[in-house]
Design a protein. Structure first.
Length: 247
């Protein structure tokens, strides 16, 4: 995995600094691009492999101010796990709605940086453009790494939507109540089950992000990338709390 162009020395420590950083990075988001291809690059070079798709997620130990991040790479065609890594970091930013990326990204980047191969796409358990400043964790991560990213969230945050139709694959717009802008889509990944909320992260279009989410959620409500990353970071945190090695 290539090194990322970021430094904790420059990481914002206040709410004002974080908001200013989001405003600076927002124009760098590319909200268009193709979906990943199952028959993508499979070589062992340093570049991204479009056949590989990663999920990232975090778990917190609030008492010790620790955050555990997991990165799990799947084969897009079979959804088999190809590789997985974790990273443990100190929580270096307070909890502020809309600024969660500043709590989570240092550990997430640490986990991604331990991968032997570079995935073509990263799916985040959170938001991309569906964010008050249009720079949720997925978009922030995409700009920092240059990778294609997608946000798949469990809740609509502060945005409006109508319930999509019951069949799998149905969707409805997720809109900003102030501007009326479509910032994502509520997507039914299982018939009759509550939707997930998909938004563009970086280097992918919204329709392509929805199609990719459905391809990853063949049996359950959440994409397999999220399910595996959530399980791994929770297991790793439990081991850490029990005094066994964290990775």
């Amino acid at each position: 995995m290539p090194a990322f162009a970021w430094s904790t020395a420059d990481w914002p420590t206040t709410e004002a600094e974080a908001i200013a950083e989001q405003e600076r990075l927002r124009p760098l988001v590319r909200p268009h691009g193709p979906a990943p291809a199952a028959q993508g690059t499979t070589g062992a070079g340093a570049g991204p492999d479009d056949r590989l798709i990663a999920g990232v997620d975090v778990a917190y130990d609030e008492e010790r101010d620790l955050v555990v991040a997991a990165a799990v790479v799947l084969d897009l065609d079979t959804l088999a796990v190809v590789e997985q890594t974790t990273a443990v970091d100190r929580v270096s930013f307070p909890y502020v709605p809309g600024l969660l990326a500043f709590r989570e990204l240092p550990a997430v980047l640490g986990a991604l940086g331990r991968l032997a191969r570079t995935p073509g796409t990263v799916v985040c358990d959170g938001y991309g453009l569906a964010h008050p400043r249009r720079l949720g964790l997925a978009s922030h991560l995409g700009v920092l790494t240059g990778l294609r990213t997608i946000g798949v969230a469990k809740t609509p945050f502060t945005f409006d939507h109508h319930e999509p139709d019951a069949p799998r694959g149905s969707w409805s717009p997720l809109t900003d109540p102030v501007t009326g802008e479509e910032v994502g889509r509520a997507v039914r990944t299982r018939a009759g089950v509550k939707p997930v909320f998909v938004s563009v992260g970086h280097r992918i279009g919204l329709t392509e992000a929805v199609d990719t989410t459905l391809a990853l959620a063949r049996r359950y409500r959440l994409p397999e990338t999220t399910r595996h990353a959530d399980s791994l970071c929770r297991r790793t945190l439990a081991e850490l709390q029990q005094g066994t090695p964290a990775n």
